[in-house]
Design a protein around this ligand. Structure first.
Ligand code: HEM
Length: 385
């Protein structure tokens, strides 16, 4: 069976979905996220993808249970197709080209933000934040957390305050997942981080698939990611150093990662903070570092949490040391500052270091035996296709 024929079967089976399917970025049935794929006992790719295929059948079964299509006939048809597609999937080993198709689709849905008047016209920043929050829970001492099990699908972790707003990103990607049901959530989320960076003008981020879906029992405890709403004590304990040292990163890597705040913005209804860090929040650039040095940063006078704003335009923001410490601490700490200055002066250097550290970030918590390729791949940008 050709790949497109297979896709047609899989789509028909698992997407016998309600009307919302027609919208490219329609919010998807949240119940669908509740199914998970059992981790395979063996590590061969065939077994891995067979397990993923069974997950699709489970998804269909869940759809039958949760959807409003309530006739027995419809349910029977959906189940039969589900079983059939799982069978197909069991023999399906996706190639790099298949993942490239997923990448291309993500790039497309990212741009749909402009039709929706969302933020600055791209879902790219929030997709990158999802990829980072799904990976940044890693704890090297216990070897738990990280991108492997995509546990943010489940209630305990989805509801952690630090993850406020990431439902937007998960919902967008649910549409892509329905089109490519064979991809694991961890692979999908991290690939979307890669697509976000590359499509917004950033460097190529080496990436490879192999993450598997897990269970709610594998959710990480609250507090591994910075959460602005928990007050000073939490933030003193969860400083930029404790968070990133716990993941295994050094000072240079912490600074390189922080440059991601060239992208996107803070939202009052998510973190409580407000505004973008740069004037071009949908372009990957070293502007974040340049602005930290070149602008004068003063306290914003408002009724919100303490944040800094640029004195000249009062339209940009930086998080201060006393908040979830990042941003301004980068020019306050002597060691951080030297790396930040180097990145402010040399964008190519930052691109190189950023690509390497983000690639590592997205692989945290995934056992080597699970990778489907011995080396990470470089995915093509859509304009290279
Ligand atoms: C200690 C380190 C960090 C802290 C305290 C922090 C804090 C924050 C906060 C408070 C927001 C605003 C959320 C909102 O209101 O929507 C945010 C957004 C964002 N963060 Fe970070 N962050 C950190 C590290 C990182 C890293 C390592 C990355 C990526 C590699 C990253 C990528 C982003 C992006 C892209 C956004 C914009 C999201 C959007 O526009 O919706 N952050 N961050």
């Amino acid at each position: 069976m050709s790949f497109s024929a297979f896709r047609a079967v899989a789509r028909k089976a698992s997407l016998a979905a309600p009307a919302a399917r027609n919208s490219r970025v329609a919010l998807r049935n949240p119940a669908f996220r509740k199914y998970s794929t059992e981790a395979p006992k063996k590590t061969s790719n065939t077994v891995l993808f067979a397990a993923l295929g069974v997950g699709v059948a489970g998804g269909v079964a869940w759809y039958v249970y949760a959807s409003d299509s309530n006739t027995a006939k419809e349910a029977g048809t959906a189940l039969k197709s589900g079983a059939q597609s799982a069978k197909v999937l069991a023999n399906f080993v996706p190639t790099k080209d298949d993942y490239q198709k997923v990448y291309n689709r993500i790039a497309e849905v990212m741009d749909a933000a402009s039709d929706k008047n969302y933020d600055d016209g791209s879902y790219g920043p929030v997709l990158l934040r999802l990829a980072w929050h799904s990976s940044g829970t890693y704890d090297k001492d216990t070897n738990t957390g990280g991108s492997n099990y995509a546990t943010m699908r489940f209630e305990p972790e989805a509801k952690h305050d630090a993850n406020a707003g990431l439902q937007v990103a998960r919902d967008i990607l649910e549409a892509v997942k329905k089109e490519f049901p064979w991809i694991s959530y961890g692979d999908l989320w991290t690939l979307s981080g890669v697509a976000a960076i590359q499509e917004m003008g950033g460097p190529k981020i080496p990436w490879r698939p192999g993450r598997i879906d897990g269970f709610s029992a594998q959710c990480t405890p609250d507090g591994r990611l910075p959460d602005a709403s928990q007050g000073a004590d939490h933030l003193r304990n969860v400083s930029v150093w404790t968070i990133f040292y716990r993941m295994g990163f050094n000072d240079q890597e912490i600074v390189a990662l922080s440059g991601a705040h060239a992208l996107g913005r803070c939202h009052r209804d998510r973190s409580g903070f407000d505004g973008p860090w740069t004037f071009s929040p949908t372009t990957v650039s070293n502007e974040y570092f340049r602005l930290l040095f070149d602008e004068k940063w003063v306290w914003k006078k408002w009724d919100g949490p303490k944040q800094l704003e640029d004195k000249k335009t009062r339209s940009l923001m930086m998080l201060p040391l006393a908040a979830p410490s990042t941003d301004y601490v980068i020019v306050q700490d002597k060691n951080f500052k030297k790396f930040a200055k180097a990145y402010a002066d040399d964008e190519a250097l930052w691109f190189k270091d950023f690509a390497s550290v983000v690639s590592r970030l997205f692989e945290l918590g995934v056992p080597t035996s699970q990778w489907v390729a011995s080396e990470p791949w470089v995915m093509k940008n859509t304009d290279e296709e």
